[in-house]
Design a protein around this ligand. Structure first.
Ligand code: ZN
Length: 342
């Protein structure tokens, strides 16, 4: 491994960097294809100086790390290193505070679709990547639906056990396969899809598990072409080893459609954060039911798949802007460190 020319944007234990570097061995293909595809190299290092090779698929507009950690290594990474890498304690009150704020956003979107009286005794919610379980409890309370069935999937065993022990009304599941088909009314996840290696397979499962008469999938993800919105941090800081992929609006549209989901972006006066997008997806097989209460505050914009020539043009621009922005922000960071140290 050749060390990076410019200093990293975040500090990390050098032993951990070496250890993760050694484990990056699994070749990854873009989620839009099975073999062939036009891709270009976007970066060779992440913000910590870990040698992640980030490719950018010009066909769909996804950036992805290849080679990446295998399934066993990912499990170890989330068990041992993830909290450390993010620089937060395993029981952070900051994370819990953020989760309750995000619950407002998710329940606001979900409440547009569901009539509380209709779902009086059989409403089912699943959160994927629930961390401390604060968000799902708050979403359930905000929706005000009695006798709601709550379940979570949380890859960190320690956190999952903590939730199981302290919040008895939440069922802790190992995987989506454990859920009955056509059963879930609300599935949601907050900045999780970009961490999932087999994301297309998992999205297909979500489609299968959603109630086709009344089921929605609400999710927020970082959006590559919106990283420019984040003004108070260096651009290259957005790229790090925990995210196997970075979606663009175009690549999300292609991915979700291929998984059998129709997807809408939630826009308007909702409080999405800089650099992210908030979306609602329904099964393509869902019966034709709609929002009961679309207001002046929130709008749903359907995501469509642009023709190939337009995609290639837009994706080329996204690639060039990202490529330059990563390098400029690294140089600015190096200069800041150099001048600051004198
Ligand atoms: Zn692709």
């Amino acid at each position: 491994m050749i060390p990076p020319l410019l200093p990293p944007l975040r500090d990390l234990n050098s032993e951990l960097i070496l250890e993760i570097n050694k484990k990056l061995t699994l070749p990854v293909k873009c989620c839009c294809q099975t073999g062939r595809g036009v891709s270009a190299s976007l970066a060779s290092y992440d913000r910590y100086g870990i040698g992640v090779k980030i490719r950018f698929c010009l066909q769909c507009g996804t950036a992805y790390i290849s080679p990446y950690l295998g399934e066993k290594e990912i499990a170890e990474f989330y068990r041992d290193d993830y909290q450390c890498i993010y620089g937060r304690a395993a029981n952070s009150s900051q994370v819990k505070l953020r989760q309750s704020k995000r619950a407002d956003l998710f329940s606001q979107v979900a409440s547009l679709f569901f009539d509380v009286r209709r779902f009086g005794d059989k409403f089912s919610i699943l959160e994927i990547g629930s961390s401390f379980g604060v968000c799902i409890q708050a979403v359930s309370q905000n929706l005000g639906i009695a006798n709601t069935k709550l379940a979570i999937i949380e890859p960190s065993l320690e956190q999952a056990r903590g939730i199981a022990a302290s919040q008895k009304n939440i069922q802790v599941l190992n995987c989506l396969e454990e859920v009955s088909d056509n059963s879930l009314n609300l599935v949601f996840c907050d900045h999780v899809l970009e961490h999932i290696l087999d994301v297309k397979y998992q999205l297909k499962l979500i489609e299968k598990k959603l109630n086709h008469q009344a089921g929605i999938f609400v999710f927020a993800v970082p959006i590559l072409e919106r990283f420019m919105e984040i003004r108070n941090k260096p651009y290259a800081i957005n790229f790090h080893v925990a995210h196997v992929r970075y979606f663009s609006i175009c690549s999300l549209s292609i991915l979700l459609r291929s998984a059998g989901l129709r997807v809408y972006e939630v826009t308007g006066n909702c409080t999405r954060e800089e650099g992210e997008g908030l979306f609602v997806a329904l099964s393509s097989n869902a019966s034709d039911w709609h929002c009961r209460n679309l207001s002046n505050w929130i709008h749903l914009v359907p995501l469509t798949e642009p023709p190939l020539f337009l995609r290639l043009a837009v994706n080329s621009v996204i690639f060039m802007v990202s490529y330059l922005a990563i390098r400029v922000s690294r140089i600015k960071n190096a200069l800041r460190l150099l001048l600051g140290s004198r």
